[in-house]
Design a protein around this ligand. Structure first.
Ligand code: AMP
Length: 459
């Protein structure tokens, strides 16, 4: 099974204590990756890097941040689910190459690096990890072009797939987004002359930076001694940003693809209520992923919203289970149903998506277990029928319950009294995408904007 990673990237120029600002930005992007993190900072043309496995707050102490002086920095949070933890895959990557020191971090998955990697290996190149991001750096260093900007342009014309990239050199900070703009990357201004880049705008808010715009699909922005230059090295192919960022992945307070995530989720909930009403007593979200859609559902339907399940926010990645195993322990330790609210009630349970179906089954079981009279599951996106190859972690197709079970079979599997999903049309309306052409919906309809032949390990 290939690696599929979700990640967060952050960059800042022209700002005192850039590494500390990057630390704050990454802190806000922690939800995009909890496996590893790193910052590379530049002082007078010299780059220094610190990266390790763990949370941002654990990896960076005051003294570590002081060892990263300078006024420009890039950083990364990395998430990986398959293949275990690989410390060698933490980003940014830093190398000494043809263009001097060069650091790179990447969010997304590339689809055509295998042949490049093999060619580079035959030519004696070595890699520290299986990451595609390292292949990008190697391609830059072996490009025909003789300036860094042109070499990056050359490579952007060769690689295919999803990428939001930040590259730090001795003189430049370069940001680039793939021709379809599959993964997010936004820009902000801090003070008079500092430019900030981040996967999501929640990172700007913590710094007090003002959101200016998205890095456009296919755009490459160079911040260097000559100021800011914007270029489009590849042919325009039509933006297809990832709808799943809005459905599940991004933070609700973020602007992603110039849209507020919370507002979109609420719209999804409203359309869900219009399409699939239920006679019920309370609307209950699966926290946190279902909260805003549930608010929209409650507003539209007039049914009372209740936090009928409480999430423990302090659950780490692993926990010790007693020898005598407890049923559904993994879910129970995170979510607890509120018996007094749910007992005897007809409940509409709202979540953003059903992937394997196993969590939903356990949650429905827990709500019934405390005495709910009826449990009606409503999902604020269409059935997830296809895997993502562009950087959202989804299991292979055979593990996606909706790829091989009908709606009624899924309802029976999760044990709900009824089950319904938001339609594609409803999702497109909630996204303000009336023509249905403005986003990548591949996980729901199999319509992949970049042909998928193979996938590699990337971020
Ligand atoms: P499942 O039991 O596999 O159907 O899990 C469904 C739950 O996983 C829902 O609560 C979603 O919010 C959540 N979810 C959806 N996509 C992802 C993802 N890519 N990574 C982690 N959790 C996800």
């Amino acid at each position: 099974m290939p690696f599929k990673d979700e990640c967060g990237v952050f960059g800042i120029s022209n700002q005192q204590e850039a590494a500390k600002q990057a630390y704050l930005g990454l802190y806000a992007l922690q939800h995009r990756g909890q496996e590893a993190t790193g910052i590379c900072a530049r002082e007078n043309g010299h780059l220094r890097l610190h990266k390790a496995q763990g949370y941002v707050a654990d990896v960076f102490s005051e003294s570590v941040l002081e060892s990263l002086p300078g006024d420009t920095a890039i950083g990364h949070t990395r998430y990986s689910t398959h293949g275990g933890s690989l410390s060698s895959a933490a980003q940014p990557f830093l190398v000494h190459g043809r263009f001097g020191q060069l650091a790179l971090c990447h969010n997304g998955n590339l689809l055509n690096t295998e042949s490049f990697r093999n060619r580079l290996l035959i030519n004696g190149h070595t890699f520290a990890s299986p990451s595609d991001s390292e292949v990008i750096i190697a391609l830059i260093n072996t490009a025909k072009a003789d300036t860094l900007e042109s070499a990056v342009e050359e490579v952007l014309q060769q690689i295919r797939g999803a990428f939001s990239l930040l590259i730090l050199s001795e003189k430049q900070l370069i940001a680039a987004r793939d021709p379809h703009g599959l993964r997010p990357l936004a820009m902000a201004k801090l003070d008079d002359d500092s430019i900030v880049f981040a996967s999501e705008s929640c990172a700007f808010d913590l710094l007090g930076a003002d959101y200016t715009r998205e890095v456009e699909a296919g755009e490459m922005i160079v911040l260097g001694p000559d100021g800011l230059q914007s270029r489009f090295p590849t042919k325009k192919r039509g933006a297809k940003p990832c709808v799943f960022e809005h459905v599940y992945f991004a933070r609700p307070d973020s602007l992603v693809f110039s849209r507020n995530v919370m507002a979109t989720r609420r719209e999804m909930g409203r359309h869900l209520a219009l399409q699939h009403p239920v006679d019920a007593d309370i609307v209950v979200p699966v926290p946190d992923s279902g909260v805003h859609a549930a608010l929209g559902y409650a507003e539209q339907s007039g049914i009372r919203f209740e936090f009928g399940m409480i999430r423990n926010h302090y659950v780490g990645r692993t926990f010790i289970e007693p020898k005598q195993s407890i049923r559904s322990f993994g879910v129970k330790v995170k979510l607890n149903p509120v018996r007094d609210l749910l007992k005897g009630k007809r409940v509409v349970l709202i979540d953003d998506s059903i992937v394997r179906g196993t969590t939903s089954k356990k949650i429905v079981g827990m709500v019934r277990g405390v005495g709910a009279a009826e449990v009606h599951m409503r999902i604020s996106s269409p059935p997830t029928t296809h895997s993502c190859f562009y950087g959202i972690d989804t299991p292979t197709r055979e593990h996606l319950i909706a790829s091989h079970k009908s709606k009624d079979e899924i309802r029976d599997f999760i044990g709900a009294d009824s089950l319904d999903f938001l339609s594609m049309e409803g999702l497109q309306k909630a996204m303000g995408d009336m023509a249905g052409q403005g986003f990548c919906y591949a996980c729901f309809n199999g319509d992949y904007p970049v042909p998928v032949e193979q996938t590699n390990f990337a971020c």
